[in-house]
Design a protein around this ligand. Structure first.
Ligand SMILES: C[S@@+](CC[C@H](N)C(=O)[O-])C[C@H]1O[C@@H](n2cnc3c(N)ncnc32)[C@H](O)[C@@H]1O
Length: 456
């Protein structure tokens, strides 16, 4: 007698072009399709689409593909506003984007975190659905051959580390931000500077980070290059900004966070205003990219913290202190912890700037410094965490549980890492009371939310 066998999934060849029907959306925003049982995550496709897609990656259980042609559009699909690799969800009506984001937060908490009994509050929609970003990182490339091509400035094509899509009007940046970017490009072309090519390791220009103080009107421009020569004076004359910086970096990876930075002109920090308070931001310090929605996010976190005026409040992963300092007037004392020293310098300066005298900030890794903070400051009544996308490690969650706060306000930019952290908290007796998504990133699949856990 033969034993029944499950049909083997057919893994397609890399670079094969397939016709696929999209029946779901994955976390992260790609469409989900099945090809002879094999799961493919398809960039640029939404549920209801029938597309031709090129396979870009294959693993044992799943692969990735990119849409080449839409054969039959989903009834949800709308015409894109801009040719912009950073705005893949512009093919969905904004209301639909909000619905999907809410559902993905709910699904992650229930399915991954096995959490229930919480209230999912309605998503806070964005105030601006275009031109909302205060920070853009552009990359340099060459159109044509490296020897005879024209210098271009834009974003990486989706899924392609070595191809840059030039951008004339970045619809996620303000008009002034676009003008500043054009000045940088014009200067680089005039000087005959060439784009760095990661394959050959030749060329000079790598990236440029442009930051804008949406409330102050200030601009900070940081050019990232390979080590070499730059006409500083001509650069300062060509670009109209409040702080001009130059980072030289010869590492292999594409990053704007490393290298040696020097100030060419103006100030080495940007000034911004949030919820009626003033903040300075150093070039390598984190600042929420949507200023207007950051105000909403922090106000919501403040609501969830329900401070009565006496509490010892911890702000973990505090950056330049924005979250904690907006809450400090309603707390007894504030203790902030952050790994980037310059950001802690900003946080201390920001406390002074806003005449807040119940705040103390420390530079350190939450994984190793949290226990020391508890020894120094005493156990917290309320903890706010705002970690990077990877969420909290199990050890950090354990340390927070050991510190035993009454309330934990968790600001998350990734519900799939919030969920397992929530599950660990639930095992230790913390209840997820409510969660509210806030749309900080319209036209993209990125999701931000605030969750409130209480010790029972
Ligand atoms: C999402 S940002 C939040 C910053 C701040 N709460 C805000 O809203 O501006 C996360 C911050 O965590 C910091 N960070 C990352 N890993 C860390 C670690 N292991 N320990 C302490 N801080 C860390 C980053 O430098 C960054 O400033």
């Amino acid at each position: 007698m033969s034993t029944p066998t499950t049909p083997r999934k057919q893994r397609p060849d890399r670079f094969a072009e397939l016709e696929l029907t999209i029946d779901d959306l994955a976390f992260g925003g790609n469409g989900v399709a099945r090809h002879e049982g094999y799961v493919l995550f398809v960039h640029g496709a939404i549920p209801g689409d029938r597309v031709r897609a090129k396979v870009t990656k294959t693993k044992r259980d799943y692969g990735e593909a990119i849409t080449v042609d839409v054969l039959e559009p989903s009834p949800d699909r709308i015409a894109p506003v801009a040719d912009h690799p950073g705005a893949p969800w512009q093919i969905l009506p904004y209301e639909r984007q909000l619905e999907i984001k809410s559902k993905q937060v709910d699904d992650a908490l229930r399915r991954i975190g096995k959490l229930g009994g919480f209230e999912l509050e309605p998503i806070v929609p964005a105030l601006e659905t275009w031109r909302y970003r205060n920070k853009l990182e552009y990359s340099f490339g060459t159109e044509g051959t490296a020897e005879r091509g024209e210098l271009i400035f834009g974003f990486h094509a989706p899924g392609e580390w070595d191809r840059i899509v030039p951008i004339a009007d970045c619809m996620l940046a303000s008009e002034r931000g676009n003008a500043v970017r054009d000045q940088v490009l014009a200067f680089c072309r005039e000087q005959g500077l060439t784009a760095y090519d990661r394959r050959t390791r030749r060329g000079f220009l790598r990236n440029c980070v442009i930051r804008e103080g949406r409330r102050t009107g200030q601009f900070q421009v940081r050019l990232v290059t390979m080590p070499g020569e730059l006409d500083r004076e001509a650069f300062a004359e060509a670009v109209d900004c409040d702080g001009l910086l130059w980072t030289q970096f010869d590492g292999l990876g594409e990053t704007t966070a490393e290298g040696d930075t020097e100030l060419i002109a103006g100030s080495d920090y940007l000034e911004e205003e949030l919820n009626g308070m003033s903040f300075r931001v150093s070039p390598n310090a984190f600042f929420q990219v949507n200023t207007e929605m950051a105000e909403k996010l922090y106000a919501l976190a403040g609501d969830y913290a329900s401070l009565a005026g006496f509490e010892r409040l911890y702000d973990l992963y505090c950056g330049i202190g924005t979250v904690g300092l907006t809450m400090a007037p309603r707390a007894g004392e504030l203790w902030g912890l952050e790994i980037i020293e310059d950001a802690i310098g900003d946080a201390i300066a920001n406390a002074r700037l806003n005449e807040i005298d119940n705040a103390r900030f420390f530079a350190g890794d939450v994984r190793t410094a949290l226990r020391l903070l508890v020894d120094t400051a005493g156990s917290p009544d309320v903890v706010v965490v705002d970690p990077p996308r990877a969420g909290l490690s199990r050890k950090v969650v354990r340390r927070i549980i050991d510190a035993s706060p009454k309330r934990l306000v968790y600001i998350s930019c990734n519900p799939t890492t919030l969920a397992p952290n929530g599950a660990q908290l639930a095992e230790a007796g913390y209840v997820l009371r409510k969660v509210r998504p806030v749309d900080m990133f319209p036209q993209t699949p990125h999701i931000e939310c605030v969750a409130l856990f209480e010790r029972v």
